[in-house]
Design a protein around this ligand. Structure first.
Ligand SMILES: Cc1cc2nc3c(=O)[nH]c(=O)nc-3n(C[C@H](O)[C@H](O)[C@H](O)COP(=O)(O)OP(=O)(O)OC[C@H]3O[C@@H](n4cnc5c(N)ncnc54)[C@H](O)[C@@H]3O)c2cc1C
Length: 479
């Protein structure tokens, strides 16, 4: 009865069309792009901040946890509605999708969180501006999701990940209060809560509006493709190039299995006889780009690059990027399923960790495809498997654990861009000291005292019921 009253109230806030309670509709929101899945209590899609606040207030009144959702392209299970006690309500912000303002003088844009990443660059283009962070999922993922996961992308090497582009944001917290965090001024009043909220993966509430930095469209862009005789030679080129002081806008590494797949899929023009390719892009003023291109060629030649091609026109460039960005589609031909990892290692350890990763996956009798944002040490091994094979999932998970441990042992971190979600949550106990985890937990409780916002994500599960926020403990539980 209580549940029905809650659902009826939601319905009256957002309208029947945007309050989904039937099994089929709920099933559609069980998953994001990860393997995790769980049935939500219901799904609502508010159209405005006012509606959202009313939804949050109802959740609080009825003690219903909620999972914020953008486009559901997340790979760490962040938008999957898992609940320790009861299934959360999925709250989709996809309908809050207006570009509110583009200010070419200040080079900023105010957007609602449901705006799809690429749409901002399209809208900014007439002003000679663009939004730089470009996750490979950019045609689908939302800017709110990007802020919540602190998303990266191929062009984040020179310009930084999402956090570097968020000037200010509006947060609706789990109490239903609205806060403006950050400002257009170059400094903050008080603590940098904008910074803490970027990457909080929905555990502080909802990012409803964001002020993003826009960058000029560069006058000259040159994209280079190199082939190498070994993955190690390509990885060493990356390390040496950055050490030389040359900073490409993007520097991507793909191994031979990846190249074979994308060539068959979209004929990007990659050399199929190379063991690895590097895609390097430079942008800026003509002289600056020419100097960087020359340095990159010299460095690649020192590592016996076997193939070099420059794309000067927009079409040639688009073809080269189609290969890199099309890897997810190309994978469908390789195996029925794949598990995409995301770890970061110091650039100087790239070649060693890549060898380790290949060994770890091989020991589990699994195949691997490697596609990395190599310039910033961000490894994305894709472990291929057939879910129909008995016991295979245990081997896939064991390989994943090995990859994470290899990255941590090399001084790396758990995620370069996908976030922690459910996937990496329990690894935090290995990656952080107890004291550091405790600070994280205290920050979470300070920002979100109700325990209703995206429970079971990011931080490891409480050690006991006694550690859980009171609001999540069922009535009558004995502690
Ligand atoms: C093919 C493919 C390629 C990808 N490539 C990249 C890549 O290059 N770089 C990269 O960083 N990621 C990549 N991703 C992962 C994913 O696209 C990003 O994590 C993206 O930022 C998620 O956005 P979303 O709108 O889909 O968010 P969702 O998946 O819906 O949610 C992700 C997390 O953010 C929270 N959230 C979403 N919206 C809000 C909001 N408005 N307020 C508060 N919390 C919110 C959710 O609760 C969840 O924890 C890729 C995914 C796929 C499938």
């Amino acid at each position: 009865m209580e549940r029905q009253a809650f659902l009826d109230s939601l319905d009256s806030v957002v309208g029947t069309q945007y309050c989904h309670t039937r099994p089929y509709a709920r099933a559609l929101y069980r998953r994001d792009a990860s393997f995790f899945n769980a049935e939500p209590l219901a799904v609502v899609a508010p159209a405005s901040v006012e509606e959202l606040i009313a939804v949050v207030e109802l959740c609080r009144e009825h003690q219903v946890p909620f999972a914020p959702r953008g486009a559901g392209t997340g790979i760490a299970g962040g938008a999957v509605p898992v609940g320790p006690v009861q299934p959360p309500l999925v709250v989709s912000l996809a309908r809050m999708d207006r570009i509110l303002e583009i200010d070419p003088v200040q080079r900023i844009a105010w957007v609602e969180s449901g705006v799809v990443n690429t749409e901002l660059s399209v809208a900014a283009a007439p002003y000679g501006l663009r939004y730089a962070p470009d996750p490979s999922s950019q045609v689908a993922c939302t800017l709110g999701g990007n802020v919540a996961t602190n998303a990266g992308g191929a062009h984040c090497l020179a310009f930084g990940v999402t956090s570097n582009h968020v000037v200010a944001l509006e947060l609706v917290d789990a109490i239903g209060e609205q806060h403006l965090l950050g400002s257009l001024a170059p400094e903050h009043n008080g603590y940098d809560l904008r910074g803490v909220t970027v990457g909080s993966e929905g555990t502080f509430g909802f990012v409803t509006k964001v002020c993003l930095r826009l960058m000029p469209i560069p006058p000259v862009v040159t994209t280079l493709l190199f082939g190498f005789g070994s993955v190690r030679a390509a990885a060493q080129t990356v390390s040496d190039l950055i050490a030389s002081g040359c900073l490409p806008a993007a520097l991507e590494l793909m191994d031979r299995p990846a190249v074979m797949l994308v060539e068959e899929y979209c004929h990007a023009g990659y050399p199929t006889d190379a063991e690895a390719v590097l895609l390097a892009e430079f942008e800026g003023l003509a002289g600056e780009v020419a100097a960087s291109v020359a340095e990159t060629r010299r460095t690649a030649e020192r590592h016996d690059a076997s193939f070099a091609r420059a794309a000067d026109t927009a079409d040639e460039r688009a073809a080269l990027w189609r290969g890199r960005k099309g890897i997810a589609g190309a994978m469908a031909k390789a195996a029925p399923a794949y598990y995409l990892h995301d770890v970061v290692v110091p650039r100087s350890k790239l070649a060693d960790v890549m060898d380790d990763v290949i060994d770890i996956v091989g020991q589990k009798q699994l195949s691997i495809v490697n596609v990395h944002h190599a310039g910033d040490g961000n490894l994305h091994p894709l472990v291929l498997f057939d879910p129909g094979e008995n016991g295979v999932f245990d081997r896939v998970l064991a390989a994943g654990e090995g990859i994470v441990n290899a990255a941590l042992a090399a001084g790396g971190v758990l995620s370069g861009e996908h976030g922690i979600g459910i996937e990496k949550r329990d690894f935090l106990c290995t990656a952080m000291t107890e004291a550091d985890l405790d600070v994280q937990e205290r920050i979470r409780r300070a920002m979100e005292p109700t325990g209703l916002a995206n429970p079971h994500k990011v931080l490891p599960a409480p050690g006991s019921c006694g550690d859980a926020p009171p609001s999540l403990i069922p009535e009558g539980a004995w502690l």
